[in-house]
Design a protein around this ligand. Structure first.
Ligand SMILES: Cc1cc2nc3c(=O)[nH]c(=O)nc-3n(C[C@H](O)[C@H](O)[C@H](O)COP(=O)(O)OP(=O)(O)OC[C@H]3O[C@@H](n4cnc5c(N)ncnc54)[C@H](O)[C@@H]3O)c2cc1C
Length: 439
């Protein structure tokens, strides 16, 4: 096994794979390795999400999410078409359940306009014509560019792209710790010119190994879904409630998937450990302690209304409750009958322990030796392609010298029992201070 690389990307989710491809695009001569701890890529958030390509009207214009959703939606749509990946261009309705929600709906129109995202204002009658299964009490918002894909098909295609681009994807390889000039994995040491951390639920831990993000910790939130298995009419487009704009989650909604199936969810139930999907799977006692302490603090101080959020979300573990909530967005005869639990996902939500708040935007930290993507929560799947280019531009700006003007002579730090390699891409590692890019 080749044990050295110009760039080592830790984490084979959609962010890691697209960043690896962007690095290769920017520096075609650089060697790039992706380390993925699971047997296949996309086993966590990237393969366990709703698969919705968001349009980008939820986010304030100053956020990274706003910057990359609109373009990400367009680029991933084009990518799926080009690769023959199933795409359901069904559009999305955001409906109101009470007059109180109309001001937040107006705010979504303002955000859409600022972000350059096309949305339409619909009356209740328009909604009936467009989607007879949906219900709204007042005006509604329609987004024609919101669509859905099977996220696992996208990940599989990116893995193929990586192989075709000469990127080595080492599955079944766990990052263990940093070591001089490289890192230690479950399958031995690897010399690395530059390390990019896109490890999702474990990104905060890896960042701390490199001296970044001391104030951050992951708070995992479990997203449960119910699949409709009955035969009654279902919505043809996505139907969402107006979200609480101070909350990072979008509320229980109806998703029409690429294969035509319909789900409701996801929940955002506080999880007790990072990969807390079902039962005691992936149980880790130290994580229960760490996360339990964080969640108890949030509960006691009621940070960002955590008590109500956690309580309301925990109640959604009941099938009946989840269905009742979703029913508030559709007609009485819509999707009557049977529902079955689907495969859950866990959100790698970042918590700032100093400011005591849930981070709402992507957080990127790095220097001339490593770069860390934290809080790659929804809609990081939608954003992946332009966000990856942004990450690579940020990495480039941290490398000493002007990389865009050409390559410079450089080499890796020699590490015991690691084959040292010469690189004309990256400079000799030297210390640098971390800079927050969180915008
Ligand atoms: C329930 C849910 C619904 C969502 N819905 C949507 C949606 O509809 N649209 C949208 O745009 N986004 C959605 N998202 C968000 C989206 O899924 C994520 O933002 C995106 O997948 C993040 O990708 P990632 O590569 O950062 O993380 P991940 O896919 O989690 O990838 C991180 C990878 O790092 C690996 N890893 C971790 N630790 C190590 C280690 N020590 N060594 C080696 N490898 C390691 C993991 O195994 C994993 O494969 C949703 C997320 C969830 C949870």
């Amino acid at each position: 096994m080749k044990r050295s690389s110009d760039f080592v990307v830790v984490g084979g989710g959609v962010v890691g794979l697209t960043v690896a491809l962007s690095i290769r695009g920017r520096w075609p001569d650089a060697s790039v390795v992706v380390l993925e701890k699971e047997r296949e890529c996309g086993a966590h958030a990237s393969g366990r999400n709703s698969g919705v390509l968001h349009a980008g009207f939820y986010y304030t214009a100053d956020s990274l999410k706003a910057r990359f959703s609109r373009d990400g939606n367009r680029e991933l749509t084009a990518y799926c078409r080009e690769r023959g990946i199933r795409l359901n261009q069904c559009g999305k309705l955001v409906v109101t359940r009470s007059d109180n929600e109309l001001s937040d709906l107006d705010e979504l129109f303002v955000r859409a306009e600022r972000n350059g995202v096309v949305v339409e204002r619909l009356t209740a009658e328009d909604v009936q014509r467009l989607e007879p299964e949906a219900r709204t009490v007042g005006e509604a918002l329609y987004s024609p560019t919101t669509s859905s894909v099977d996220p696992r098909e996208v990940v599989a295609s990116l893995v193929d792209d990586a192989a075709a681009a000469g990127i080595e994807v080492r599955t079944g390889t766990v990052y263990r710790r940093r070591r001089p000039g490289g890192l230690m994995t479950s399958r031995g040491a690897v010399a690395a010119g530059y390390v990019v951390n896109t490890a999702g639920l474990y990104a905060d831990r890896i960042a701390r190994d490199y001296g970044f993000g001391e104030q951050y910790g992951i708070l995992p939130f479990r997203g449960l879904y119910l699949h409709y298995v009955g035969t009654a009419p279902v919505p043809k487009c996505h139907v969402y409630p107006v979200p609480r704009l101070d909350n990072p989650f979008l509320g229980v909604h109806w998703t029409t998937h690429a294969n035509g199936r319909v789900t409701i969810g996801p929940t955002a139930i506080p999880a007790f450990w990072r990969e807390h999907y079902k039962g005691l799977s992936n149980f880790k006692f130290n994580e229960v302690l760490e996360i339990g302490i964080r969640e108890s603090g949030l509960w006691l101080r009621n940070t960002q209304g955590f008590r109500a959020l956690a309580w309301n979300e925990m109640r959604k573990r009941s099938k009946r409750k989840l269905v009742r909530l979703a029913r508030g967005l559709v007609g009485e005869s819509t999707a009557t009958g049977k529902w079955a639990w689907g495969s859950p996902g866990v959100r790698a939500q970042l918590f700032d322990t100093k400011k005591r708040r849930l981070e709402m935007d992507f957080v990127c930290l790095g220097d001339d030796k490593s770069f860390h993507v934290l809080n790659a929560v929804s809609p990081a799947f939608t954003c992946a392609l332009p966000f990856a280019r942004h990450v690579v531009a940020e990495i480039e700006s941290r490398l000493p010298g002007n990389r865009s003007r050409g390559r410079t002579e450089s080499h890796f730090t020699e590490v015991q029992d690691i084959v040292p390699i010469e690189s004309n891409i990256l400079p000799t590692a030297h210390s640098g201070s971390g800079a927050s890019l969180n915008e």
